[in-house]
Write a protein that binds this ligand. Sequence first.
Ligand code: C2E
Ligand code: MG
Ligand code: MG
Ligand code: MG
Length: 288
Amino acid sequence: RAKKKGRNTYRFYAAKMNAQSTEQLMLESALRHALERGELEMHYQPKLNLQTQRIVGVEALMRWHHPALGMIPPVQFIPIAEELGLILSMGKWALEQACADALAWQKFGLPEVVTSVNLSPRQFESRTLIADIKAVLESSGLEPSLLELEITEGAVMANPEHAAELLRTIRDMGVGLAIDDFGTGYSSLSYLKHFPLSTVKIDRSFINDLSQDADARALIDGIITLSHGLRMKVVAEGIETVAQLEYLRSHGCDEAQGYWLCKPVPADEARDFMARHLRNQFAPSVLA
Ligand code: C2E
Ligand code: MG
Ligand code: MG
Ligand code: MG
């Protein structure tokens, strides 16, 4: 009986794996054409300065509208793009699109906001990265200080010496540098201080645990204090409740982004959100 059960279990797994790899193959071949077919779109999530209560930036986040399957989340397609090397062209497109949208908002008359673009580790290794950044700044005409690049601890740790040199070059161009999802990797702030980073983004998991977990609070407090000591700005991601926002504000966190403020939205909605916020300061009763 045990043997029979084992075999059924095996067959079940085999079928499941087959279905998974078929879907995987489908996504892979579709992703190869996503960019040229215009299926990619950049969405933007506003960031709030917790002291001034102003929108001071947006994070650019890629979306893929698959013609049959609908919206595929980045956690699903970014790793495939990374594996197939497609992330290089997709990432370059993201950078161009984000800079173009940022410039359009400026022309529309919105106050200057910093636009942050995620860089994958693979892009970070690319020999053309610096040239790509220079080219996009030149062709868009966006001020370098209005662009920030978000990199992960992993990208830095893979080859620290190369990373340090790249980051110095980018910093010298006047572009901001943020370490994304901080706290999920194995690097420490005392190590990261050797790199010219301007911003630390506290990972969403710590914010999520904030209310139930004293350890998460201790970590958040520590990250804020240390980052400030090292002259870095702190951004909290994944703010979903007023309580989380209040905690971070009262503990000196500089900026926050999350569904509570605004979900990632298409460029024109982001523009409208920022324009509305200008007229009607965001939730003043909460932040007063
Ligand atoms: P990330 O850079 O850490 O981006 C933040 C993620 O948290 C986004 O997920 C955002 O939608 C989500 N988020 C923001 N506020 C909340 C909240 O209050 N609650 C919850 N539950 N989630 C929140 P998204 O857009 O699905 O992107 C996931 C990841 O995919 C990003 O994480 C980033 O690592 C990667 N990614 C997205 N766009 C790009 C891109 O253009 N290039 C590269 N290389 N990676 C990208
Ligand atoms: Mg990010
Ligand atoms: Mg993040
Ligand atoms: Mg994240």
